[in-house]
Design a protein around this ligand. Structure first.
Ligand code: BDR
Ligand code: CA
Length: 324
């Protein structure tokens, strides 16, 4: 007699919570297919002390403080922090929801060290899910050249291959927050999947769906119910949208149901100069030999170009209504 086992995927979530980060983390916690080995925090939607506190508060709210939190970088590898985005995520990074001060604290080990240690303890088994600027991953790569060989896959929410940006006319927010780090991470010798604006701007979680999720009687639903109105208001004003784009939750949907996404395999460079700083540029050409020098020798990464948004939205709602 065979017992059917759910194959779990080991995850480190690198995150800048962040309203949609919180949604993604809650989705992951509600997914038996995923085992979260730790959260590593990064500046981005808010400063590092704020995103770290939010990560701890979120875990405590849903009684999952058993998951360790490691503090990451406070600024990009080669420039200064562009600053928080209170108009998108609130001054406290979680839509100005009233938050309890966490009783737990982050571990003494920093994010880059944590990522490398966990990868070395689970060689070939860990997926790094990056939901913020790619600085922690870049620092981990610089300090630990053996890291790529230890990692199963890197999945990032970030970038825009063939569509405009959201932080600037040409750049997506996470990449724009540290273009030099992104260029390193997308050029390293590990398998990368990019879940960027090409697909997330096609995934609109409507106001009605948000209401169904947040009307549930659970600690997670209550937190989202308090955090989402400000975030929702931002999309209404800037995009004329009923509801929100589910950027970070789309990566969880990708892990759970990759078939819902169409991918193309292209090498990518990140622009670090000029007014196009932060733009991810794929080379759509067929061969490495024919590639312009800037793309030569770069690994191909999996770029999500199309999405079955109904499947993703079903999954988002299903997991978020099941969450604690
Ligand atoms: C990304 O930027 C952040 O504001 C969100 O949390 C998401 O990770 C979307 O561009
Ligand atoms: Ca994020």
């Amino acid at each position: 007699v065979y017992k059917r086992q759910v194959m779990t995927r080991k995850l480190i979530i690198d995150t800048d919570p962040g309203v949609d980060d919180a949604m993604a983390i809650l989705m992951a916690l509600a997914s038996p297919e995923l085992e979260i080995l730790g959260l590593t925090t990064i500046f981005g939607n808010a400063a590092i002390d704020v995103t770290t506190s939010n990560a701890l508060t979120l875990l405590e709210t849903v009684s999952r403080s058993d998951i360790p939190v490691s503090v990451g970088e406070s600024k990009p590898i080669a420039s200064g922090y562009l600053g928080p985005v209170p108009q998108v995520h609130g001054a406290n990074g979680l839509g100005d929801a009233e938050l309890v001060t966490p009783n737990t604290s982050a571990s003494a080990e920093g994010a880059a060290t944590f990522i490398h240690r966990i990868a070395a303890e689970n060689p070939g088994q860990v997926t790094i899910l990056a939901l913020g600027p790619l600085t922690n991953l870049a620092v981990a790569l610089q300090r630990h050249p053996d890291l790529p060989a230890l990692i199963d896959r890197v999945v990032i929410m970030g970038g825009n291959a063939r569509v405009p940006g959201n932080a600037t006319p040409v750049a997506e927010a996470n990449i724009n927050n540290d273009p030099e780090a992104a260029d390193l991470v997308l050029g390293a010798d590990w398998p990368v999947t990019m879940v960027g604006l090409d697909v997330t701007h096609q995934i609109n979680l409507t106001g009605a769906a948000i209401d169904r999720i947040t009307s549930r009687e659970s600690a997670g639903a209550r937190l989202l119910g308090n955090a989402l109105p400000l975030y929702r208001g931002f999309f209404e004003v800037t995009n004329g949208l009923d509801g929100i784009y589910v950027h970070d939750p789309a990566t969880i949907a990708y892990l759970l149901d990759p078939e819902a996404f169409t991918t193309q395999s292209w090498p990518v460079r990140v622009e670090t100069e000029s007014f196009s700083r932060g733009k991810t540029w794929p080379n759509l050409g067929d061969t490495d030999e024919a590639a312009p020098p800037a793309w030569q020798g770069r690994p191909r990464i999996e770029i999500c170009t199309e999405v079955d948004s109904d499947s993703v939205l079903r999954l988002v709602e299903q997991r978020l209504t099941a969450s604690a």
